[in-house]
Design a binder for this molecule. Structure first.
Ligand code: WTA
Length: 650
């Protein structure tokens, strides 16, 4: 986008769905409260957040200062001592909740496990002692590279309990990606499993850890959960079985009283340039954000069964399977496997089986449900559902309507929640008892959140002009830094627009103050709701000996939202189908299956502007089929197209 220019928005959507009176009456936030909360937050940010923190979190020692300093370096709840694990578990043990289900887990093969709050407490205390025994100390980093099994939740909360900072790596990442993240975080210990289940097959994890450790020497020890029974190689004195260590561990372990700004976790996410960014969240602010947003947006009630289908390897799983729901004393479901195993009805079978009330998923999943057909959900009783949510990418209004009609049976509010790994928790979303929803809009900011739509020079744009989405005020659950690279943190989020946090998204605000997200404006792809950098895929490709140059762009994809298209020029020789397959395999090895290219196109040259910038807009048009080129496109053809477009791309 050239500077100062507004983005043209083409989406026109006039349907609106006000909350039903019965929902509003029982909602955690009632219609008249929303405006009051918003005004209070506006007039007295510190008072607003400070009161919430006192009322909704357990502090071992009360904080003295709610917030100190402006963005980018705002500190929250200084002087306060807090522990996330205590807030998620211990504080529920003095009440009847000790026997309430904290986590209902369903394995892909159909095995199940229920951890009541007191069971979770026991397991977390034991694993905390295991971590200590293996030499983990407060401030140390621990990598968790695990399937969606209860041990992952236990390991997270154990790290939090002793003040170790967890870095969870999604199980779909490759050994190289694990090594890169281990090195960046200087992790001391890795917790993994032999393998996990995915569509009836074993997805090996331990072998990837073994390979990663050849390149990440900071890791001293590995704990391995036996999940599938796959054969693994155990290195003496380095590798230990979870069940062996847990057998003798004591179930007594006090939660360490940590500073509010103590690092809780690092989560790597893609940026437009360079290596993955280690987004760092701290304890007090993050816990407040996830606790409040879970209560407000998901309207959590004591007797709800709540299910967020995300993987804990992504931020959605951190905030809305574990920290937010457990801090509220809720019952959260955790499902290990794929939505279409053993058949396309699996999710709905789980909804029926556990009488799920609140269901939170991603637009990419909804598009898959639509494709599989209404016959799957219609086989099951979905009448317990009372609230639906989505996250990860803009939801197209038709998918929204399908979700509303088929899954919600026209009776459930839909909360379309906009947020990011960096924001820690939901920033913009309907409040289900308050906000009239419009399909495709994440509606309005939550109380305390102050977004704006601006041009590149920071000027606010009027209603209905597309521009850059920024936050004008700090919030407690915002990232504090990029691990080990504070300068990159400043450059990425705070240098683009003076005085604001820049989210990297384009958006528009309509005449009712509703926000419509238009997608990323940087070189970040959103594939199945997961952020991937074009740069990372390009560097993976050029690491292959036959690749001279690569340019990667996204294109519209029915299921994934965006597919990955790679333009590749070779060092010598011609491209072949075999080489395509080899390059796809190569990217999967370097980054992981989530980055698997959908198209590889061999090109004699990558079109560039006179200043040497890859002409991505042209490539995006070609990838999407909007600009016709043949399979045998020559350097000359690209040069012609490129020069035709040059003036456009600037
Ligand atoms: C996109 C996921 C439209 C957006 C929690 C953002 C959305 C990126 C929505 C963050 C939504 C997320 N509507 N777009 N409701 N939610 N996005 O860090 O582009 O994996 O910047 O966090 O996803 O992705 P991330």
């Amino acid at each position: 986008m050239s500077s100062g220019e507004a983005i043209t928005s083409v989406l026109q959507e006039d349907r609106s769905f006000p909350p039903a009176a019965e929902f509003s009456e029982q909602a955690n936030i009632k219609p008249d409260e929303y405006q009051q909360m918003w005004d209070r937050a506006n007039e007295d940010s510190a008072g607003f957040w400070g009161d919430l923190a006192n009322e909704n979190l357990h502090w071992h020692q009360p904080f003295e200062t709610v917030m100190e300093g402006d963005m980018p370096d705002t500190k929250w709840f200084l002087g306060g001592k807090i522990n996330a694990s205590y807030n998620c578990i211990d504080r529920h043990l003095d009440s009847w909740r000790k026997n309430k289900a904290a986590i209902i887990w369903e394995g892909e093969p159909g095995d199940t496990r229920v951890l009541r709050y007191q069971d979770l407490h026991r397991e977390v205390c034991k694993f905390s002692n295991v971590l200590k025994q293996l030499g983990v100390e407060p401030g140390d980093r621990v990598t968790l590279y695990m399937p969606m099994i209860p041990e992952l939740a236990i390991a997270m909360l154990a790290c939090a309990r002793i003040g170790a900072t967890h870095s969870i790596i999604f199980g779909g990442f490759s050994a190289d990606a694990v090594a890169e993240r281990n090195n960046d975080a200087q992790s001391k210990l890795v917790v993994t499993a032999d393998a996990g289940w995915r569509r009836g097959k074993e997805l090996p994890l331990k072998p990837a850890v073994d390979e990663s450790l050849e390149k990440s020497p900071s890791v001293e020890k590995v704990v391995v959960v036996r999940r599938t029974g796959a054969d693994v190689n155990m290195v003496p004195d380095r590798d230990f079985w979870w069940h062996d260590l847990m057998e003798d561990a004591s179930a007594d372990c006090d939660a360490v009283e940590l500073d509010a700004e103590h690092p809780l976790f690092i989560l790597y996410t893609s940026g437009s340039t360079g290596k993955p960014k280690g987004v760092l969240h701290t304890t007090g602010g993050y816990m407040l954000g996830t606790t409040m947003t879970s209560k407000w947006v998901f309207d959590l009630k004591e007797d709800d069964t709540y299910w967020c289908t995300a993987d804990i390897g992504w931020v959605t799983g951190h905030s809305y399977i574990i920290y937010g729901p457990l801090s509220n004393g809720a019952t959260t479901i955790m499902y290990e496997g794929a939505p279409n195993w053993p058949d396309e009805g699996r999710f709905w079978e789980i909804v029926e089986k556990y009488k799920v009330n609140i269901f939170y998923t991603a637009p990419t999943a909804i598009r898959a449900f639509i494709k599989w057909g209404e016959e799957w959900p219609s086989k099951y009783d979905l009448s317990t559902l009372r609230l639906l949510g989505t996250v990860g990418e803009p939801i197209n209004p038709e998918a929204w309507m399908w979700y509303h009609r088929v899954i919600g049976q026209e009776a459930c509010p839909i909360v379309d929640t906009w947020w990011q790994t960096e924001t820690g928790g939901i920033m913009m979303s309907p409040l289900p008892g308050v906000t009239a929803t419009k399909p495709g809009s994440c509606t309005k900011p939550l109380p305390g959140v102050v977004p704006d739509i601006v041009t590149k020079d920071g000027t606010s744009l009027p209603d209905n002009s597309g521009g850059l989405l920024v936050m004008r005020k700090p919030w407690p659950h915002m990232l504090r830094t990029l691990y080990g690279d504070h300068q990159r943190f400043l450059d990425t989020y705070f240098s683009e627009i003076e005085g604001c946090y820049f989210a990297g998204d384009g958006a528009r605000r309509d005449e009712d103050g509703y926000y419509w997200i238009m997608g990323r404006v940087d070189d970040v792809l959103n594939v199945s709701g997961h952020r991937l950098s074009t740069m990372e895929v390009e560097s993976a490709l050029v690491a292959h000996e036959q690749v001279a140059e690569a340019a990667v762009v996204g294109f519209p994809h029915d299921l994934k939202g965006e597919g990955i298209c790679c333009f590749v020029t070779l060092t010598s020789g011609a491209g072949s189908e075999d080489l395509k397959q080899e390059l796809i395999g190569h990217v999967r090895k370097q980054i992981g299956a989530i980055a698997s290219p959908d198209q590889i196109r061999f090109a004699a040259a990558v079109p560039k502007t006179r200043s040497g910038k890859i002409m991505r807009r042209l490539l995006r048009d070609i990838a999407a089929g909007r600009e016709q080129v043949g399979d045998t496109t020559t350097l000359e053809d690209y040069t012609v197209l490129a020069s035709l477009r040059e003036s456009d791309e600037g």
